[in-house]
Ligand binder design. Sequence first.
Ligand code: NAD
Length: 437
Amino acid sequence: MTKDIAPATGRLGVLTPGMGAVATTLYAGVIATRRGLAQPIGSLTQMGHIRLGKRTDNRNPLIKDFVPLASLDDIVFGGWDPISDDSFEAARRAGVLTPEELASVAEDLGAISPMPAVFDPDWVKKLEGVDHVKTGSSKRDLANQLMADIETFKKENRLDRAVIVWCGSTEAYRPASAVHDTLAAFEKGLDDSDPEIAPSQIYAYAALRSGVPFANGAPNVTVDVPALIELATEVGLPIAGKDFKTGQTLIKTVLAPAFKARLLGVDGWFSTNILGNRDGEVLDDPDSFKSKEVSKLGVLETILQPEVYPDLYGDMYHKVRINYYPPRGDNKEGWDNIDIFGWMHHSMQIKVDFLAKDSILAAPIVLDLALFMDLATRKGQAGIQEWLSFYFKSPQVAEGLYPENDLFIQLTKLKNTLRHWMGEDLITHLGSEYYEE
Ligand SMILES: NC(=O)c1ccc[n+]([C@@H]2O[C@H](COP(=O)([O-])OP(=O)(O)OC[C@H]3O[C@@H](n4cnc5c(N)ncnc54)[C@H](O)[C@@H]3O)[C@@H](O)[C@H]2O)c1
């Protein structure tokens, strides 16, 4: 049944540009899981089941037993960072995991050191301790250096395949420009070191030219530009983005569909956050915050459709704030105040106070994306992978389409994609067959 999906034989490199809180929490969790010290909680690929056939069939395998995914034992981690700390030191600094947890994986983490990064302080302003950056004669030269890194990493670790997931800092908000219009313009831009080409785009280019799929976990546009979509399609590789959907937006995309389902109106939705990790510090810069704001604001419009329901959502006020507050470290607190209204326009309020651990929520998403991007590559998928919208705040979709932001539509889309690839019936939830004579 899996005849058109190449098997997941051999070793898979998971490379992350950015080896900070999220990436090192991912590495530590996978290493601990392999040793039986932890469970991969939050990971759909590891703990999720998928129903097949009718409800009466009792077929509900684990997803990892249904589709041919790479095994955690076959993953080799690596990446790039402009800060030279090894992953043990970076994880210790990030302060997500306890000293005991870190001690149990210290040796393995210590062995994962970053390669020098392609980094430009114009794109990420508030980053301290930068000491590990490539120099090159042009952006093309930097892309070539990254391609050489990928090649060497694959050889040294005897890898069969690799995937790249951007876990780097949020870059400044800059909408796509002329250099992003076509692949030819982009490649000329690399030769000319066009200032509009972001470091993350140099990684994405290098990945795709090296035969490696690329997913983007930050809100910067990166592969969400025509030039890189063209490249992904040309080389026949998957791309996906953007911005891991972890905390506040996850809850938003669960609550908003409930209001719409019950035709409850929304007057306003005020979301604010305090966080004190390095991500929070980077987001304290208005240019980086702008990337995040754009990504966080988009979800309500597409779910609530104010143009279709002007009486319910036409005047909704939506505001998102992120405040850097060092004492909290990675332990973010996200508050939502939602002013809703119901029958005869009576007002009601909902308050959400999510005391989240950012990287604990993000790590399993990176794992799932890495494994599903590898699966998609072996399935021969090229270009945008909308079925992975489930993981993103601001899912990349084909030009002219609005994204599906409702979490449960996204999950249905993901699972139906897997069923479809494996030759199983799609589940529509029609359910009339149970009532036929
Ligand atoms: N944790 C979450 O819940 C969450 C959710 C959505 C998005 N994200 C995004 O994931 C990314 C990582 O988050 P984090 O908490 O690990 O941040 P972090 O600051 O701990 O780590 C980011 C790392 O990226 C490195 N970096 C910056 N520019 C780079 C470049 N050009 N090349 C390679 N490395 C580079 C930094 O030195 C740093 O070590 C951020 O962009 C964040 O916005 C996180």
